[in-house]
Ligand binder design. Sequence first.
Ligand SMILES: Nc1ncnc2c1ncn2[C@@H]1O[C@H](COP(=O)(O)OP(=O)(O)OP(=O)(O)O)[C@@H](O)[C@H]1O
Ligand SMILES: [Mg+2]
Length: 796
Amino acid sequence: MSKKRKLPGGVDVVKVGDKIISLDGYLSKKSKPATKEEASTSTDTAQPAPSTTGSNGTGNEAKQKERDGTSKPLAKKPLNPSRWQKPRGTSGDGSGEYLKSRRELPLWNYQDEIRRVLRERDVLVVVGETGSGKSTQVPQFLYCEDWCQRRKVEVDDKEVFVGGMIAITQPRRVAATTLAYRVSREMGTPLNAQKNGGDSGSPALGNHQRGLVGYSVRFDHQVPRGTRVKFVTEGMLLQDLLRDPNLRQYSAIIIDEIHERSVDVDLLSGFLKQVLSGDKAGRGGVPLKVIIMSATADIGGIRRFFSDARDEETAIPSGESETESTHSGVEVLKIEGRQYPVDIIYSPKAVPDLQEALLKTIFKIHLHEPLPGDILAFLTGQEEIESVQKLIEEYAATLASNMPKVKVFPLFGQLSIEAQHEAFKPVKAAFTRKIVLATNIAETSVTVPGIRYVVDCGKAKVKEFRSRLGMESLLAKAISKSSATQRAGRAGRESAGKCYRLYTEETFDGLQPTDLPEILRNDVLGAVLTMKARGIDDVLSFPLMDRPSIESLEKALIHLHFLGAISGDGTITEMGRKMAFFPVSAPLGRVLLAAADPRYDCVLEVIDIIACITAGDDIFHQLQTEEVKEEVEEYRKELYRREGDLLTYLTTMQHYAAENSDRVGWCRQRRINVRNMRQAMNIRRQLRGLCMREKMLAEAPPPDPQPFAPIPPSQAETVVKCFMKGFALKTAMLAPDSSYITAHGKHVVAIHPSSVLHGQKKEAIMFLDHVFTQKNYAKKVSVIQANWIAEAFEED
Ligand SMILES: Nc1ncnc2c1ncn2[C@@H]1O[C@H](COP(=O)(O)OP(=O)(O)OP(=O)(O)O)[C@@H](O)[C@H]1O
Ligand SMILES: [Mg+2]
């Protein structure tokens, strides 16, 4: 438990867990008057937040503005003090209700210009500060344009419809869904918020009603009839491209947050470049408009890339200014200004302990800044978030009763989408401050309502793939200037804000301007499969903004060949084509296809396992104390299987599906994440539907609940063998010194503590994930026999 004490010198300290944190100065009624210099740079100052008007910026802001454009106090906007008093979105007239705030966005004054450019050209790059209104406004400015209407055209002597919808891509599901909810309300046709716990208070559309806005992300879609603006993840649009290379249903594609440079966005850019430079015959002559947006993008590189698509010979001569607005068909529009200022506060000196500095800063804000004003803190990963959440809750419980309460929300990628949406809802309890602890999934694009203060730890976990080792690493690294700017931009969206950077200004100055594109550091297996499925035979000549190394492309080709996705001459096989269409990774797609083979015949079992592992983070909560362990393990015993984690997931899914009285209570008893189980059931339903359509299931599975029947050992063996079809390269053998050595690469690997096989010695293991964190770990592990490895390498 945390305790508040006094040091001999009269200094207040809090003991949180094993940390002693000084609150010197924080708890006094009045903070020490700070010098101007201190006020702008020290984390130890505590200035009350501006409560009614945005400031015109301190000297520090001006410096910041020069440096990264984060804090540009242009407009003086009054805050909306009634925001916390009246229930939001109650008028029902979404568009009218939001019109006033939309008019105040910097983007609003550029709408005619945006329309004009796109009437004349096919490609527009929009660069505007965070919160200026790019994602929410640009599609609304365009959907009524003449070129954006659906029309009937002739293609190959057949009448087809082309256009009518705008797709706007987001790097993450949470951004796509929350933006769709917001824009659907702004446009007056609110989406059904219940479905995902959206934050709307407005009367919502029923499932079959018409609406102007929708979204489509993996395993979750809400696309009302009549949708004109569809928020999608980049991966979903790639799937659309596989089905329809001409993207006939769309009039425009908006690539948002291009600076994130995910593998998917790079692939999309390449495909769009091909569509733009093609003859439009597949679209009956109707052009596709492409709009690229970001607050922190490398405009020059993007313009060069798309300019080539229109006009090779007039590409920008090197050395020419990159700020000129027009070039060979690609227009760049720079939007000036942001709605509210964000004051940047650096740490005066390097922080020796990030967690301590984070807790100090959060409580300093909490104890000194008035309500309303929620806090968004950026941490590196799930474990860090969970331990900080615990510490905050422990300490907050000891605060005096006249201090505001706190409510902490974690926000990381592995959480179920439903749990992620919790962080976006206003806290219901009065006199309570929301504290959102997020990884970089909240870094770009999102508006978390209520946030005024951002705390940036300056680090992020970066996934890197070492193709030579076939292993991923996930290590915390310093963020880029672009990320720091994006993080600061999560404040200052509804009112003036502050961003506390837990690093010095000098550290910021030394950060890389941007992050390395994912395609240069990640596994390109999925990317190569997508290219092959789209008919790109020579992946080396596909247009990419940055080209991965030949070595990693070759490794991917070999891996795909091993999976049976491409034949010996490099062409895609029927199996590869199907794998590309499945909404799961290529190896899991291979397993699913093998499951339908009569030799394995275990489609339903494989679906259950895949549903469980793609639903979110581990379905089993970690058990903290021995006492809890003892109690819970008693219940979990019936779920654990000696064959390993995959069979344990299967048994858990089957038990959960068989439970027909109290699924929530069942999960609670076993410390199982109920949200992930619900999501797993949803994925299971969708994968079953897909396998029915693909004729991989002969008949519809019986409806739930079915009585639980444990899978016999022989069938369990078949299921694990089926997974070997996708994961034979991820196997290891027990060495005489009791370590596991991978069959491919000969590396030492340890079974992760979260596995049911942790600490056990088996002849050989197969694992789905191979990750370096503190150690070289195998996760999602199953027991296999050594001879299965050789069998798996044999041709079908
Ligand atoms: N869910 C929401 N709740 C409250 N206000 C919102 C919400 N979404 C957007 N807004 C308001 O609309 C403004 C514009 O948001 P938008 O996402 O369009 O900005 P953006 O330019 O795309 O920013 P970024 O570069 O950070 O993605 C925000 O600053 C905020 O004032
Ligand atoms: Mg945006």
